[in-house]
Design a protein around this ligand. Sequence first.
Ligand code: 13P
Length: 255
Amino acid sequence: MPRRPLVAANWKMNGLKASTGELEKIIAGAENLADVELMVCPPATLLASFAAAARGSRVAIGGQDCHAQASGAYTGDISAEMLKDAGATAVIVGHSERRRYHGETDAAVREKALAARRAGLVAIVCIGETHAERDGGRTREIVRTQLDGSLPDGAADFVVAYEPVWAIGSGVTPTPDDVADIHGFIRDRLTARYGEAGRGARILYGGSVNAANAKRLLTIENVDGALVGGASLKADEFLAIAGAYGARWSAISLS
Ligand code: 13P
């Protein structure tokens, strides 16, 4: 089952109205990247205006988190339905920064993934081990536990993002062999649980992806795209990363 690559920008808590120019550049560049789906996940304040700017383009807009409930007395929270209403088609759930700073458990992440499904959004479910867990030889155990606990049953209608916590924002990445090994392991878990449908679910890699390492990290079997943090804030670099999938853009050098 061919899986179309997805390269998604997670802007985290970055971006003001003045950043709209970067989105516009991404929208323009996307025209040269027919082989890859592009997504930008801006902070919630920019979601509606970004969705309006991207309407009819090849760039999808996603949220960075959602509440499990559709509405209610949850001050400061945003529901999946609200993201959908603002123009999002997807939402990141269970990012390690949410797990770490907001105490989100696998069960909470699963509820959010179910909320995304209820609202008609694609959930991008993040998993990944910490440095200590890796050093302790527990990577597979952690990944298995997080997959089992965070993914909803039923359809394999989500995207999995494997983001080793120690690789996020550090400039350090796993070796291609390590990426191949863990993505293969994730694929096996998906097919064991969802059958053939588990072959269709995309598994993204995230953690210090940049224009220089994209081709090496993203063209590995069972790596179906990337979730990009820091390097996604500049349109040129983000587009160059997406160019790892062999589109015309890769012929254009970074200035
Ligand atoms: P960096 O690309 O900045 O390492 O962040 C990765 C990430 O957390 C994307 O969700």
